[in-house]
Design a protein around this ligand. Structure first.
Ligand code: GLY
Ligand code: MN
Ligand code: MN
Length: 477
């Protein structure tokens, strides 16, 4: 294993003078207006959904699940279900929310009851009493009573919106209960006959971010900006991918992030050609590029950013030429983002510029229209340009409406992330390109008049990136 440049823990200290910042500073406390918005945010989400459910004559059950087992009796750290969090702002495991627009108690939360003996082992619990006051739900009961109380709650309800397919045992219990209710119906009482997925109701709502949600996303982006800056500073030949991975994680957590929004991708050299490379344990080599795809969450709201930069701090001429192709495509995709443009049109504009660049470098054969028609770029750019971003990194919400690519609207957030991946085994490509993987990914908010790049302050031009690289600084000094 090569000598680590980060062997001395003192080097993990961040410089307060770091030139990397985002659109938003990262204060120690949330600004008070965010506090105020946040307090009512989850309640507002519930109210909006309840209105919709009322129109649809439906109830909803939202589950958050339990911490999954990692091995034997060790669990992964719990992360709430995004739908459940969106509606409650409550992140303990083993809880269920029932929304009943036509009942007296319209929002009923089931959660773990206080139990001092168990809390000594497994941590503090909010409990039913505090839940009503703190979360603003109409009623709260012990989760142990959920299956017993559910038939009563669902009596009179004809349609139930709930996510199925995640937990077979839960689905079976739910459908068995539905069958039982239908068999025992008396005196014309209505019982659930239809089970619907949350997609058209809740996920459509989640697609459009409120000002309060956007504040949380900006905060996630600010931490991500700091982490990418720290990674650029710390990278040099001989440093291991694992050290950069740990540095990202450290930056996220020390800034109060709820964690990485997805597994960090820290991919040196040809590892960048594996789209979801997460092993992150190889030494970084002089002359290679490093691709980092990493984003912090804030209050479980995601950011999703990729930057690619030279391990030794200076792009070679070939690396720079290919990087600039990807950058032009990224800028083109971003410029295309405005209300009324379709999701597909953004991808097509990006792909066109990327393909044009690849033809220019002799990696793809022209002419452009034939190359596009025959998708000749696809061996090197095999994923979509964008996805929705929100509580889930690949956020919920449809991409097509009645068979047509849907139009962008104010309040949506999407990524723009073109990439070029030329695996070492690629055939018919000049060997100088082999083993290069480059992706540039930004997070873009659609506004009434166009767009705002939430990640605008993370170095991206060749000049900015080289200036931010610690290895280049070391050579300079
Ligand atoms: N980090 C996952 C993605 O870029 O889609
Ligand atoms: Mn992405
Ligand atoms: Mn990403």
């Amino acid at each position: 294993m090569p000598q680590s440049r980060l062997g001395n823990p003192a080097q993990f200290q961040f410089r307060s003078t770091t030139p990397i910042s985002s659109n938003h500073d990262v204060p120690n406390d949330l600004p008070s207006f965010v506090h105020r918005m946040k307090e009512s945010m989850y309640q507002a989400h519930r109210e909006k959904l309840l209105e919709q459910l009322d129109i649809e004559d439906a109830a909803m059950i939202a589950w958050t699940g339990s911490a999954p087992i990692r091995n034997h009796d060790c669990e992964y750290r719990f992360r709430p279900d995004s739908d459940f969090w969106y509606l409650t702002g409550f992140d303990e495991p083993d809880a269920v929310l029932v929304l009943l627009p036509q009942a007296e108690l319209r929002s009923v939360l089931f959660l773990r009851e206080r139990n001092p003996k168990e809390e000594v082992w497994t941590g503090r619990r909010l409990g039913t009493q505090a839940a009503v006051e703190r979360l603003g739900v109409d009623a709260a009961f012990d989760i142990e009573e959920f299956w017993e109380r559910l038939p009563g709650l669902l009596t009179g309800v004809e349609r139930v919106v709930t996510a199925t397919g995640h937990d077979d045992a839960r689905d079976s219990k739910l459908f068995a209960l539905g069958a039982k209710l239908r068999r025992t119906v008396r005196d014309g009482a209505e019982v659930p006959l239809e089970w619907l997925e949350p997609q058209p109701f809740l996920h459509e709502q989640r697609l459009f971010k409120s000002a309060a949600e956007l504040e949380l996303m900006r905060r996630a982006v600010a931490i991500t900006a700091e982490a990418h800056g720290a990674a650029m500073q710390a990278t040099a030949p001989g440093v291991n991918e694992a050290e950069i991975d740990a540095l990202l994680e450290y930056t996220f957590r020390r800034r109060g992030s709820t964690g990485a929004a997805y597994n960090n991708i820290v991919a040196g050299g040809e590892n960048a050609c594996i789209l979801h490379y997460i092993e992150n344990r190889e030494p970084l080599k002089d002359g290679d590029l490093l691709l980092i795809d990493a984003g912090a969450e804030w209050d479980y709201y995601a950011s999703d950013v990729t930057r690619t930069f030279p391990v030794n701090g200076r792009f070679s001429a070939d690396q720079r030429a290919l990087y600039e192709v990807v950058l032009r495509a990224n800028r083109t995709g971003i410029e295309a983002c405005r209300p009324g443009v379709t999701f597909l049109a953004v991808h097509e504009a990006t792909t066109r510029v990327l393909t044009e660049g690849l033809i220019g470098l002799g990696i793809v054969e022209g002419p452009l229209d034939v190359a596009l028609e025959e998708k000749r770029y696809q061996p090197f750019f095999m994923h979509r340009t964008s996805h929705w971003l929100g509580l889930d990194v690949h956020d919920r919400g449809t991409y097509y409406s009645e068979g047509e690519s849907r139009e962008l609207r104010a309040g949506m957030v999407l990524t723009i992330e073109p990439g070029v991946y030329i695996a070492a085994a690629s055939e018919g490509v000049d060997e100088r390109w082999l083993g290069m993987g480059i992706r540039i990914e930004d997070d873009v908010l659609i506004t009434e008049t166009g767009h705002e790049v939430l990640t605008a302050n993370i170095p991206v031009s060749v000049r900015e990136v080289e200036a931010a690289c610690g290895a280049a600084e070391a050579v300079r000094s």
